[in-house]
Design a protein around this ligand. Structure first.
Ligand SMILES: Nc1nc2c(c(=O)[nH]1)N[C@H]1C(S)=C(S)[C@@H](COP(=O)(O)OP(=O)(O)OC[C@H]3O[C@@H](n4cnc5c(=O)[nH]c(N)nc54)[C@H](O)[C@@H]3O)O[C@H]1N2
Ligand SMILES: Nc1nc2c(c(=O)[nH]1)N[C@H]1C(S)=C(S)[C@@H](COP(=O)(O)OP(=O)(O)OC[C@H]3O[C@@H](n4cnc5c(=O)[nH]c(N)nc54)[C@H](O)[C@@H]3O)O[C@H]1N2
Ligand SMILES: [Mo]
Length: 922
């Protein structure tokens, strides 16, 4: 390569690439130059402020900071000269002078002490700071401790907060020796706008910022005091951050992000501080069977006091009981599998229903999630997965984020989006709510809920009208353009402005920005998918990308941000009523026989099975009488949940396999205690199509067992000759009929932690971008499917004049089963809440923090109300994590006809000031 730089390092001729620093070249050769303010991790820019990495350069009067200095041709660098080593030693000695003694240090294993050792320094000969100048300790945050007496002003926490996570909470106050990090305007950390991602804690080299779990009451701690470190994957969202779990005495003591392909070391509050749900004393530790004298099935079991309803049973008894209630019932059985479990577990679950009961009544939470997006993608692109990883935004010029709130729901992906905007990328945010990305957006389109098709069609109308589309791409790679073009003629922005609430000029500006960019991406979420016209919404996004040629190149692509840690994998593994693994149709005889051959079993139904909501309806009609629910909580997550709860109560036989006694388990006849993610091995697939290895860090509590092992035992007792010894056996079987797993083996994943599919060879880490040379559709062409405007199902009227929208908050996971049992997350967000515009609250006569009653055609809840200007005055936003004010009592179960997804994002609602004492009476 032409631009290699040749220089001398400690007497040896070496080469550097353009932009590489002396420190990096040395490090690449195995020589670690001491360093403190420098963090050799993705996203951290060198700062050269601590002088701990000084080296000597021939011909230069002063020593240079190797972390920031780039070599030039012919430069002679000496790292180990007497002058350099004594200077580095002096730097460390000066820093140690102000530190607590090592034995009394907040973190006696901090990087600073390692570096002191590396420099041969054990104590300082220099005077210590006068005590009154040592700033106070700050223990105001539940998850982190600030010990400013250990701060060396290296600024890593500022870079972590501002540049890596782009949260802008930490800054430096004071000058010189008196400089210290502050939160917002020098607020206590716990009272600041800190979102507790903990990036600063992970970056801090001295123990000035630490996880609270590592420091004891006397503020003394040791971050290396653990028995082992286990590399695995975060169990929460579809980003799939790789983590290192630090384990002591069979407990996870703290968590750090490691360099996975999606997260590059970063984590959010749940991944870093939300792990302790696995140690909660509500964990199920023994199989439970409903007592003969139990009260009628209902939402009446307290996890602290379950003995009135259930009795403990041996595994043998419970498995026999579970199997006997399912066996031989054929079509009366249905199963909900789990996107919280592994690929192997998802595969076994769908096989259990298909092989064991001869039909396809098996589904999972994808139905409530991106089912409509997947329907549109399969229809028009030929594949349901993302066409590019979210990290590709690094190569984009423009990006649309629509109906997704990644700052709270995919927080680590959001760090890349914010960095993109910071370096000048045009970020276009489309959301009825003024969500957190607004601050970083070039255009914020706060449009009317449910009006996506009108807005997107108007934008596409402009692209056609102004001739901004990519004719060559359209001709080369698509079909049905003429129909789309003709259809769009009716959607002039001037007309659509009335429906979507965004003025024509803004729609035109957005159209121009997106269409004329070199590389554009589209990210979307539940605001797009959870509508009766969710599939149409996605069709519009696909058409928009196609007409601009924004697919298949670096910095382009379609990316529905997948939700659960393994919803991509569970769908790939066939946990869907229409599809076997890899989206192969159950209606295709050849496909079914390929599977039955591997399974060594007879044929099963060639009809699509029932979906999540259809299964609940079929219970009411008496067609389904028994269910096996694995790692899902439909008694909280289904729309119009009273209908779902009544269905669960009506079942003859309900088997629930979970880690907690959930609301759904309340209705169970038998409960099988499973192991949590950190207690089992298996692979998971994230939103980026990255298949990653999950490893057990601790053993399950009591008699709890791994999910795959429980399903296998149950299958045997239902008459299937299953003989898996480990998840690796299951993975090997999956590969036989899943082309997506070509070149990906269990051993490879165990070695490499992650491989992206498709992977083209055993060495290929996988393709971040797909469809550069055509689509998996007839003639390799993607399709334009025109979409027309359809109103939401349950529109406001005089009785229910406002709009209810439901969704999520940063700290809580769905139905709260895990996060309300995590000490940190529950402490930060302990109470059921909704958000309304301050003017609406004023009109209702409710103070922020007071209570409101929300009523829809389905039911009513009372909940604390927050004032939030981001919410439109005629709307109320309600998260669905709280059983005491369950959002789904209110939601509408009307379905999108293609994806069969319910309209979680739109209901007509009446909001009233709650009568005093209403909460207690509920
Ligand atoms: N903290 C946390 N993170 C999570 C989860 C969690 O429970 N908690 N769940 C995970 C799962 S499974 C999923 S699927 C993802 C979901 O992640 P998101 O898709 O971000 O989920 P939501 O918060 O439900 O909705 C996203 C946005 O849609 C907007 N919206 C509402 N109505 C409309 C509309 O009509 N049109 C448009 N365009 N937008 C609208 C809302 O204002 C909201 O900002 O999050 C995952 N991550
Ligand atoms: N109103 C409203 N409702 C919604 C949505 C919305 O936006 N608004 N969003 C919908 C969406 S996108 C989704 S994805 C669904 C999610 O709906 P669900 O999947 O029903 O919700 P979770 O709370 O994630 O349920 C996961 C369950 O798995 C258990 N679990 C965790 N780990 C393990 C494990 O390793 N093994 C076993 N066996 N169990 C485990 C947990 O304790 C929990 O009970 O909710 C949907 N419902
Ligand atoms: Mo989801």
């Amino acid at each position: 390569m032409a631009d290699l730089i040749r220089f001398t390092l400690d007497g040896e001729e070496v080469e550097a690439r353009a932009g590489e620093t002396i420190w990096e070249v040395a490090n690449g050769r195995g020589l670690v130059i001491p360093h403190l303010c420098h963090k050799p991790a993705p996203g951290y820019r060198p700062d050269g402020n601590c002088r701990a990495c000084m080296v000597e350069v021939d011909g230069e009067r002063t020593l240079v900071a190797s972390c920031i200095r780039e070599p030039v041709d012919g430069m002679v660098v000496t790292t180990n000269s007497a002058r350099a080593t004594s200077a580095r030693k002096m730097v460390v000695e000066m820093l140690l002078a102000d530190q607590p003694e090592r034995e009394a240090a907040h973190d006696r294993s901090s990087h600073l002490w390692d570096m002191a050792e590396a420099n041969g320094v054990t104590e300082s000969r220099l005077p210590t700071l006068e005590a009154e100048r040592i700033p106070l300790l700050d223990d105001s945050h539940v998850a982190m401790r600030v010990n400013l007496d250990a701060c060396i002003q290296c600024g890593l926490c500022v870079r972590a907060c501002r540049e890596v996570q782009v949260n802008d909470v930490i800054g430096m106050a004071g000058r010189g020796h008196d400089a210290y990090p502050v939160f917002d305007f020098d607020d206590p950390m716990g009272a600041s706008t800190c979102v507790a991602c903990g990036e600063c804690v992970q970056a801090c080299p001295t123990g000035a910022l630490m996880p609270a779990t590592v420091v004891d009451a006397a503020q003394v701690g040791d971050s290396r005091d653990y028995d082992r470190e286990v590399e695995s994957v975060c169990p929460f969202c579809g980003v799939g951050c790789q983590v290192s779990l630090k384990v002591k005495d069979n407990k996870v003591v703290y968590v750090e992000g490691i360099n996975g392909p999606a997260n590059e070391g970063r984590l959010c509050v749940k991944g870093r501080f939300g792990f302790d749900y696995i140690h909660h004393d509500h964990r199920l530790t023994k199989p439970l069977i409903r007592r003969e004298d139990a009260p009628a099935k209902g939402l009446n079991v307290d996890p602290d006091n379950w003995q009135e309803v259930f009795r403990e049973a041996s595994w043998d008894e419970a498995l026999d009981f579970a199997a006997n209630g399912l066996k031989g019932r054929g079509r009366e059985v249905a199963g909900f599998g789990s996107a919280k479990c592994t690929n192997e577990e998802a595969y076994l679950f769908q096989k259990f229903i298909r092989q064991g009961f001869g039909h396809n009544n098996v589904d999972h939470c994808t139905r409530l999630c991106h089912a409509s997006s997947v329907a549109a993608l399969l229809e028009n692109v030929g594949s349901g997965a993302v066409t590019a990883t979210f990290n590709e935004i690094e190569n984009a010029d423009v990006a649309i984020v629509i109906g997704a709130n990644p700052v709270e729901n995919h927080p680590v992906a959001a760090t890349y989006f914010k960095q993109f905007a910071k370096r000048g990328g045009k970020l276009i945010v489309m959301d009825p709510r003024g969500q957190a990305l607004k601050r970083h957006a070039t255009h914020m389109l706060q449009f009317r809920p449910g009006a996506d098709v009108s807005m997107l069609n108007a934008i596409m109308h402009v692209i056609v009208e102004e001739g901004l589309y990519d004719q060559q791409y359209i001709e080369g790679y698509t079909e049905n353009w003429d129909a789309e073009k003709a259809h769009l003629a009716d959607y002039a922005p001037e007309r659509m402005a009335e429906i979507c609430g965004i003025d024509a000029e803004t729609l035109r500006a957005v159209a121009r920005d997106f269409a004329t960019a070199k590389a554009g991406m589209i990210f979307w979420g539940m605001g797009v998918s959870q509508h009766i016209h969710g599939t149409d919404n996605s069709r519009c996004l696909i058409s928009l990308a196609l007409m601009c040629g924004h697919v298949g190149r670096p910095g382009t692509g379609l990316h529905p941000l997948r939700g659960q840690n393994n919803v991509q994998g569970a769908s790939d593994a066939g946990l869907i009523p229409m599809f076997l693994p890899d989206y192969q149709s159950v209606m295709d005889d050849g496909v079914r026989s390929a599977f039955t051959e591997v399974w060594g079993s007879g044929d099963f139904s060639n009809e699509k099975g029932l979906t999540v909501t259809e299964i609940m309806d079929a219970v009411h009609t008496g067609d389904i009488k028994a269910m096996y629910v694995l790692g899902e909580n439909p008694a909280m997550s289904d729309p119009d949940v009273e209908h779902a709860r009544d269905a669960l109560a009506k079942l003859d036989h309900l088997v629930v396999q979970d880690i907690f006694l959930t609301e759904t388990a309340n209705y169970a006849d038998v409960i099988l205690p499973a192991s949590a993610f950190a207690e089992k091995s298996g692979t998971v697939t994230n939103t980026n199509r990255q298949v990653q290895m999950g490893r057990p860090a601790v053993t399950p509590p009591g008699e709890a067992r791994e999910d795959w092992a429980i399903t296998t035992e149950l299958a045997r007792r239902c008459g299937m000759a299953w003989d898996y010894k480990s998840p690796a056996d299951v993975f090997a079987e999956m590969k036989r009929n899943m082309r997506s797993l070509e070149n990906i083996t269990w051993d490879r994943l165990d070695r490499e932690n992650a491989v992206t599919y498709p992977s083209l060879s055993p060495e290929d880490p996988g393709q971040a971008i797909v469809f550069g040379d055509g689509f998996p559709r007839p003639e390799g062409r993607a399709r334009f499917t025109p979409a027309s405007v359809i109103a939401p199902d349950d529109v406001p009227d005089a009785e229910y004049p406002m709009i209810l929208t439901t969704g999520r908050q940063l700290e809580h996971w769905h139905t709260g089963s895990m996060t309300r049992r995590s000490a940190v997350l529950d402490a930060v967000e302990p109470e059921a809440n909704c958000s309304l515009h301050p003017s609406t609250l004023r009109q209702l006569g409710v103070d922020p923090g007071g209570h409101v009653r929300l009523t829809t055609k389905r039911g009513s809840v009372v909940v604390m109300a927050r004032a939030d200007r981001a919410v439109a005055p005629d709307m109320v936003f309600l998260p669905f994590a709280y059983v005491e004010a369950a959002a789904n009592i209110l939601t509408n179960s009307a379905l999108d006809p293609y994806g069969k997804i319910p309209e979680f994002k739109f209901s007509a609602v009446r909001v009233e000031k709650a009568e005093s004492g209403a909460l207690a009476a509920e």
